[in-house]
Ligand binder design. Structure first.
Ligand code: GRF
Length: 224
């Protein structure tokens, strides 16, 4: 789908760890299935493998150290103000949280309202937070999955953009289930970015409508 844009969407990724979702976005951009320019990869962890991945692809990567802010009553907001400066310096239009293990504050949420996405490994609103694959197994769920959503101040609460479901098998461990979910994460996150780049996401209250598209939900209920 064509838009009125003549230049590619400027995207930044915030990541704290492994960076496999970052890699999926990089691969999709390099393959041409996502039309975007990844202008910065930023981490709060100096040794994050995500930064190394970015380096390997010649992308600008930055470590923004949270330590100078530790102990201040407004440490999280002050840190986010520094991030906001960096994002503005790079003219970022869309921010992707990809395994970013810090809760973002109002400072970033307001500056990037409906322009900041997160990927979460559960079918929200079930199981926000951490260790969610283990929680889904222990609850006895038959389906699990992942969710791409816009970021609001409530953790894992923002309007849902895309979801994919996978089965939970009797012999699943949190690790085997996480791997099955991750395969889907790597598909729906780049897809959500491309929908944004095509200006097809329309937020209506809690709902995200996809213009000229198929329904947002997607079920992958076969493990193969
Ligand atoms: C993913 O499972 C994502 O859903 C969650 O954190 C994990 C990050 O993995 N928010 P990676 O760093 O992208 O490999």
């Amino acid at each position: 789908m064509s838009t009125n844009r003549t230049d590619a969407l400027r995207v930044a990724v915030l990541a704290s760890g492994r960076g496999s979702n970052l890699q999926a976005v990089i691969d999709a951009i390099e393959a041409g299935t996502v039309q975007a320019n990844l202008v910065a990869v930023i981490s709060n962890k100096k040794e994050a493998p995500a930064l190394e991945r970015a380096r390997r692809h010649g992308l600008a990567c930055l470590f923004v150290d949270p330590k100078p802010y530790a102990g201040r009553p407004d440490s999280r907001e002050a840190y986010d103000r520094e991030l906001l400066d960096v994002l503005r310096q790079h003219d970022v239009e869309l921010v992707l949280l990809a395994g970013y293990m810090k809760i973002v504050t109002r400072v970033l949420v307001e500056a990037f309202a409906n322009r900041m996405m997160n990927i979460h490994p559960s079918l929200l609103p079930s199981f926000p937070g951490l260790d969610v694959q283990k929680k889904a197994i222990e609850w006895g769920c038959k389906l699990a999955g992942c969710t791409v959503h816009f970021v609001t101040e409530g953790v894992d609460e923002g309007p849902i953009i895309l979801q994919a479901a996978v089965p939970i098998l009797d012999d699943d461990t949190p690790d085997t289930l996480a791997a099955r979910i991750l395969e889907q994460e790597h598909k729906i996150y780049p897809r959500a970015v491309q929908l944004f780049a095509e200006e097809r996401l329309q937020v209506a209250g809690r709902r995200v409508l996809i213009k000229d598209g198929k329904p947002a939900g997607e079920s992958v209920i076969s493990p193969s």
